[in-house]
Write a protein that binds this ligand. Structure first.
Ligand SMILES: [Zn+2]
Length: 165
């Protein structure tokens, strides 16, 4: 117990731990969000601790605008980097130094999809065994489900037969 008290005492002195000790008190109770231009109660705004000012501050945008802003920004980033990412992936695949590694990864995933009977594997089996192309089975989840069950039964029977031998 005394050990713990010493630790807490140290936390009080360390500026890194000053954050939880300061109460989040604000002089305002509402704020106008610059995006939706709506005056909202402070509970609708995120709060963060400013190390620089050593006090809590209110986020600029309200929580819901903050959320959509984040989404918009990441979509924008994704879009802006689309071509560069494609180019990088293309070069990465074309680089002979990565050939073995890529092959191993693809093999690993193939095994995983097969073992777990994932949709992509089951759909491939539908194409191979039943001549049902991917674009058809994609629209018919019940067929994929039935095929999955069929493969499961076949596997079960196989494992039972192996057990007998
Ligand atoms: Zn807003």
């Amino acid at each position: 117990m005394s050990n713990r008290n010493t630790k807490v005492q140290n936390q009080h002195q360390s500026p890194a731990f000053a954050k939880p000790l300061l109460p989040a008190v604000f002089s305002i109770s509402s704020k106008v969000c610059p995006i939706c231009k709506t005056e909202k109660d402070l509970s609708n705004f995120g709060k963060y601790f400013s190390k620089e000012r050593q006090k809590y501050r209110v986020q600029n945008y309200c929580k819901s605008c903050e959320k959509s802003e984040k989404k918009r920004r990441s979509a924008e980033y994704y879009e802006a980097n689309k071509e560069a990412r494609k180019q990088y992936q293309k070069e990465h695949r074309a680089n002979p130094n990565n050939k073995e590694k890529l092959k191993a990864v693809s093999q690993k995933f193939k095994i995983k999809y097969r073992e777990e009977l994932q949709d992509c594997y089951v759909r491939d089996r539908l194409t191979q065994d039943n001549k049902i192309p991917n674009y058809v089975s994609r629209e018919l989840p019940e067929i994929v489900e039935a095929k999955r069950l069929q493969i499961k039964i076949k596997r079960k029977i196989k494992s039972l037969n192996n057990g007998k031998k």
